[in-house]
Design a protein around this ligand. Structure first.
Ligand code: NAD
Length: 499
């Protein structure tokens, strides 16, 4: 079995070579690297690796396009462009689904309902937001007796460098491209080397709708001492927006420090789910199942730490085990599949090293902890079994460090204050979910948790106008709604003496 749907082959731009998109043209570079299917390990495509000269050409093209006019387009004009991009993705919806599925191995339905649908929504949301965005205005009587009006104007930053990860490729890529373009910036964007295909399709959409050359530029390649680093070092970049590992964020921060560039970082997490004994039991089990194993645990918001109030602990673990063992692991084109592979063999090595470490640290393996055997080509893929542990100490590495796989540790707790303390005892602060039917408790606990988002009786749903980001090692800044408009623009206060 080799999983390459026909649409995915079509999606791969110029046959099996994925190229950069610079100044309105698809360009190749001499060095390439292979992109492998995580389902069965076969080669999907060769991808061009951008050298410093290509990154430089992309940044210069973006800067020139900005000066040539994109910065002077009106919000209404840019909103029209964003809707055209969304229309273009919609028109090739199946190609995008196939591209995302080929690169990640995720179930087809997930790519349809989540990844590609959100990619479209990202462009439409920011198109609508810039049509209605207003500005601050103050009338002031100053100490010297003069009367002033103050109003705030927004200007684009210039060229924005965008670097994104592999776990939700199109969703996270467009989450940054859309607001950056909306605010009048031109962009140079680098998708993860693991998932280059949907971004290449997006470049085709930009090309086909006739977006002015240089406004959107795509470069492929790796991070350290390669395309990613060349982008962050480039003097003509005004800002870097990055989603990925906290360690990478720290490296990029050092690189951009010399240029004092604006940064927005969405980084890693070690998120907690808290289940109180008064929770709707079935809802809480279903919620934790989803928050631990969606996308094989490869969502930055997934819960790898689960705290369950002691009276329901045993029953909860048993119910979660049963539901976890009912997950169907397999290939994306099998409609019964509910969990796909990890992104790569390399990432699987990391996850498996934590499976071994958990046992060394004294975990009880409730379920999983192994690699499934299929007896077919999927054995060449990057699958692992969804895994539940109990019995680890709060300071175990498996409870402290982000694993980014389909795994959670479930621990009992006895009181509200105790569990809040344990949830907050983390170097990360991205997300948490609380399961309770006690209204006041839900609000009270949410208020005390030190993360960028707290869900109560929900997970992975929200309004795109809300701020999104993390505290501590989980990031710097917030994106979403007007918070994105703020990040992707410079504000100028115009202060006029009128009397
Ligand atoms: P990663 O940090 O390894 O890579 C992310 C991107 O950075 C890739 O495009 C990579 O090529 C590039 N990169 C790597 N080193 C670089 C360097 N020195 N300079 C410039 N660019 C460099 O992350 P990943 O493995 O692709 O993604 C998984 C991580 O992303 C997890 O930690 C996850 O929690 C995090 N994540 C966070 C959010 C969020 O919103 N907070 C969302 C999704 C994923």
């Amino acid at each position: 079995m080799t999983f390459t749907p026909a649409a995915a082959q079509r999606a791969q731009s110029s046959g099996a070579l994925l190229r950069h998109y610079v100044n309105g043209e698809f360009v190749a570079t001499a060095t390439t690297f292979p992109n492998f299917s995580p389902v069965d390990g076969h080669e999907l495509a060769q991808v061009c690796e951008a050298d410093a000269a290509t990154v430089d050409a992309a940044v210069r093209a973006a800067a020139a396009a900005q000066r040539a006019g994109w910065r002077n387009t009106t919000p209404a004009q840019r909103a029209d462009w964003l809707h055209k991009i969304a229309d273009g993705i919609e028109a090739r919806f199946d190609d995008f689904v196939a591209a995302e599925v080929a690169d990640t191995g995720r179930p087809l339905e997930q790519a349809r309902k989540l990844d590609i649908a959100r990619g479209i929504a990202n462009f439409r949301t920011f198109a609508d937001l810039i049509r209605t965005a207003n500005s601050e205005f103050f009338e002031t009587h100053a100490a010297d007796g003069s009367e002033l009006i103050n109003y705030v104007t927004r200007k684009p930053l210039g060229v924005v460098g965008i670097i994104s990860p592999w776990n939700l490729p199109l969703l996270l890529f467009t989450w940054k491209v859309a607001p950056a373009l909306a605010m009048g910036n031109c962009v140079v964007a680098k998708p993860s080397e693991e998932t280059p295909t949907s971004a290449t399709l997006l470049a085709e959409v930009m090309h086909d709708i006739g977006l002015p050359r240089g406004v959107f530029n795509l470069i492929h390649g790796h991070g350290p001492n390669a395309a990613g680093e060349f982008l962050t070092r480039h003097p003509e970049i005004s800002a870097i927006t990055f989603t990925g590992e906290s360690r990478t964020g720290s490296t990029i921060m050092k690189t951009v420090a010399d240029g004092v560039k604006e940064i927005s970082f969405e980084l890693g997490g070690k998120n907690a789910a808290v289940v109180f004994a008064d929770a709707d039991f079935d809802e809480a089990v279903a919620g934790v199942l989803k928050s631990s194993f969606t996308n094989a645990g490869q969502v930055c918001l997934c819960s790898e730490r689960v705290y369950v109030e002691r009276p329901i602990f045993e029953r909860f673990v048993a119910a979660l085990k049963e539901k976890t063992e009912a997950l169907r692991i397999g290939a994306p084109d099998d409609p019964s599949t509910t969990m796909g592979p990890l992104i790569s063999r390399g990432h699987r090595e990391k996850v498996l090293s934590y499976f071994r470490l958990a046992v060394e640290e004294g975990a009880t393996v409730v379920t999983g902890g192994t690699v499934p055997q299929f007896g077919d080509a999927r054995d060449q893929g990057a699958f692992v079994m969804p895994t539940i542990w109990t019995g680890l100490a709060d300071n175990a590495r498996c409870v402290k460090e982000e694993i980014f796989g389909p795994v959670c540790h479930v621990a009992p707790f006895d009181s509200e204050d105790e569990v809040i303390g344990r949830v907050n005892d983390s170097a990360y602060g991205l997300a948490a979910s609380v399961w309770t039917t006690h209204l006041a408790r839900g609000h009270r606990v949410a208020r005390q948790i030190e993360t960028g988002i707290v869900w109560v009786n929900a997970w992975f749903v929200r309004d795109l106008r809300t701020p999104f980001g993390g505290t501590k090692l989980s990031g710097i800044g917030r994106e979403g709604g007007r918070h994105s408009l703020d990040f992707y623009s410079e504000l100028t206060n115009v202060c006029v003496r009128i009397a």
